[in-house]
Write a protein that binds this ligand. Structure first.
Ligand code: 4AD
Ligand code: MG
Length: 432
């Protein structure tokens, strides 16, 4: 048994006979005709079953179909002006595969906690399917972007012995007799990989024990991390800008229906691909925040609210470069002209979404890097393998990480990252 025809294909199959398999969203009707709102995972379509067109038994069982019952539908594809996909199905046979009783998610309004507890069922809704589809297209755009520009996918490990992004957000785990951590970032491994393959990227889950219940933080999220040998900060910014535009372009091209389901205004997204991104220094960003009346001081790190103020000034994503050395990880390259700042960059998404990308040029000098490790209380001995990259053929190199969930939240226009993946992990949510 292999289902070959899906709702996605039927707009091109007018007048043909098809067999579909899926689930019932809703049934309404009269004594003469029933209308089934039907979905199969690739789309939604109305199935019309007239008393003349199906058997007496079928007509009776259709009238008693319940929400989320599983059914097979045989019928003819007919053109329909009222249908969002331009067609509906005129049924001649319905087989009930499984009759559902008391589906817990009804068309009435439910609270977020109620829905999150039933996430395994909630993902069947039209809105959640639109988000999952857009996420899929974002992931595909990312893979194509790197695969088409000479990158080699190099998978980074999840079990790690070193921290990358600060000890305060590490998830510790036992690794036989040793202590290990779940990876916060594949970057250190990609730095090694780029000196092997030139242009490397990893793409997978990363973990942060950030016990902050904000609309931007997950404890497990997907990140794509390119790293390129012989690339400086300017090259890094160019690579990142190209990626963000490739993602937005693909979603605009392929997800029109989904964006409509989400009632996403696409004008701000269209602006993203119409020109290059504004670039401002950290110091200029501080000025913007201070001008808004905030007591923010040079040297502070941006919080979500600060990023909202900065990104609110621009129509396209804004690149902010040159953050204070003091607030950044050990691996960042100090600006040779002003060692108080590093050669890093963040990209902040517009419409108040804030940081979606963090990255920059890495320190390539062994001595400077060892001193930075010590200054941050990290023992160079533990990073011995990583320091080898600077011992043998060290070159300028740079990279960045783009968070998938933050990108999905922005592109879909969602108020919170909890709906950006099927089974999100948040400080207070490990189930389902
Ligand atoms: O800025 P971050 O911490 O940078 C790094 O991890 C670098 N090592 C990446 C690199 O240069 N290879 O994280 C990068 C991105 C952020 O911009 C954000 O999109 C996402 O990862 N991110 C999170 N997304 C959801 N929940 C969290 N708790 C996140 N923390 C970071
Ligand atoms: Mg960051």
């Amino acid at each position: 048994m292999l289902q070959k025809i899906y709702i996605r294909h039927i707009p091109q199959m007018i007048d043909q006979h098809v067999e579909l398999a899926g689930w019932v969203c809703r049934v309404r009707g009269s004594g003469k005709v029933s209308f089934i709102q039907f979905r199969d995972g690739t789309g939604f379509v109305q199935v019309v079953a007239g008393i003349q067109d199906v058997s007496v038994e079928d007509f009776e069982s259709i009238r008693h179909l319940t929400q989320e019952s599983a059914i097979r539908v045989s019928g003819k594809v007919i053109a329909s002006e009222h249908s969002p996909i331009g067609v509906e199905i005129l049924a001649n046979h319905i087989e009930v595969v499984h009759k559902t009783e008391d589906y817990p998610i009804t068309p009435k309004e439910h609270g977020t906690d109620f829905l999150m507890d039933r996430r395994h069922l909630w993902i069947r809704s039209a809105r959640q399917q639109a988000i999952l589809t857009i996420r899929h297209q974002i992931v595909t755009a990312i893979r194509h972007y790197f695969d088409d520009s000479d990158f080699t996918l190099v998978d980074a490990p999840i079990f790690t012995a070193n921290e990358c992004e600060g000890s305060s957000t590490l998830f510790a785990t036992k690794y036989f007799e040793e202590n290990a951590y779940l990876s916060q970032s594949g970057q250190l491994y990609m730095e090694a990989a780029c000196e092997a393959v030139g242009r490397a990227y990893c793409f997978g889950p990363t973990f942060r024990a950030e016990n902050s219940n904000t609309r931007r933080h997950l404890t497990e999220f997907w990140m794509v991390e390119p790293e390129v040998a012989y690339m400086d900060l300017d090259g890094d910014i160019e690579l990142a800008e190209g990626l963000v535009q490739a993602i937005v372009r693909r979603v605009l091209e392929r997800c029109k229906n989904e964006l409509q389901t989400l009632e996403r205004d696409t004008k701000p997204l269209e602006a993203v691909i119409k020109g290059s991104f504004p670039k401002i220094s950290y110091t200029e960003a501080v000025q913007i925040i201070q001008d808004s009346g905030s007591p923010f001081k040079w040297g502070d790190d941006f919080g979500g609210a600060d990023e909202t103020i900065i990104s609110g000034k621009f129509e396209r994503p804004v690149v902010v470069y040159g953050y204070p050395t003091e607030i950044k990880p050990f691996y960042m390259k100090k600006d040779p002209e002003n060692p108080k700042v590093v050669r890093n960059m963040d990209i902040l998404a517009p419409e108040g979404y804030g940081e979606i990308i963090g990255g920059g040029q890495r320190e390539e000098s062994l001595d400077v890097l060892e001193a930075s490790l010590r200054a941050q209380g990290l023992a160079p001995a533990i990073y011995s393998w990583y320091l080898d990259i600077r011992r043998y053929g060290s070159v300028p190199h740079a990279g960045f990480g783009l968070g998938v969930e933050r990108s999905v939240a922005w592109i879909c226009g969602l108020p919170h990252v909890r709906e950006t993946g099927a089974f999100p992990r948040l400080p207070n949510r490990l189930r389902p």
